[in-house]
Write a protein that binds this ligand. Structure first.
Ligand code: SAM
Length: 163
């Protein structure tokens, strides 16, 4: 596969999994966490499907497209290894949906990062809440669930807190 093929698969899968997760969690009242703002494309997509005031963004340096830049009050600015524990104190275990796209171009580094950040993400999710990630995560209490038909296996992952 070319890098273009991989990129397209990741984008198609992100959109399909976010839309699927938004639908499956429609009855949960909690906030939505976007980990990694980047250009803001997935943030913009989330805000088209959810009330923007429900979406909180975790990013160490905001540099997004002007159309996709969250208000300062919706941003938890800093390294996620600091802001995720702060979010647990601030919000508690109530997140409806967490979407993570924190990785770069190095798959091995992304995997190490995913192992390290998983224990900080896991306690934020409400019962019935979903976590969508571009990288495989390493959770102890969340169950991996099936992808929607449009997503490409291995390009996106969805996890649910069952209880
Ligand atoms: N999903 C975004 C979009 O659609 O435009 C792209 C996200 S981009 C691939 C990854 C982002 O994660 C970068 O903006 C980077 O600054 C952020 N990031 C990576 N590691 C981080 C960390 N440890 N703490 C906070 N932000 C981080």
């Amino acid at each position: 596969m070319s890098r273009l093929d991989l990129f397209i698969d990741r984008m198609v899968s992100q959109r399909a999994c976010i839309d699927h997760a938004v639908h499956l969690t429609r009855d949960l009242p909690g906030p939505v966490f976007e980990l990694g703002l980047g250009n803001g494309r997935t943030y913009h997509h989330l805000c088209g499907r959810l009330p923007a005031e429900k979406v909180f963004v975790f990013e160490r340096a905001v540099a997004s497209h002007p159309d996709s830049t969250p208000p300062a009050g919706q941003v938890l600015l800093g390294d996620v290894f600091e802001t995720l524990p702060q979010a647990l104190v601030r919000f508690g275990p109530v997140a409806r949906l967490i979407h993570a796209d924190l990785g770069g171009h190095d798959a091995e580094k992304n995997d190490v990062f995913a192992r390290e950040v998983s224990p900080l993400v896991e306690p934020l999710l409400a019962v019935g809440g979903l976590m969508v990630s571009s990288d495989r995560m390493y959770f102890t209490d969340l169950a991996e669930i099936a992808l929607p038909p449009d997503a490409v296996p291995g390009r996106c992952f969805i996890y649910r807190r069952e209880a």
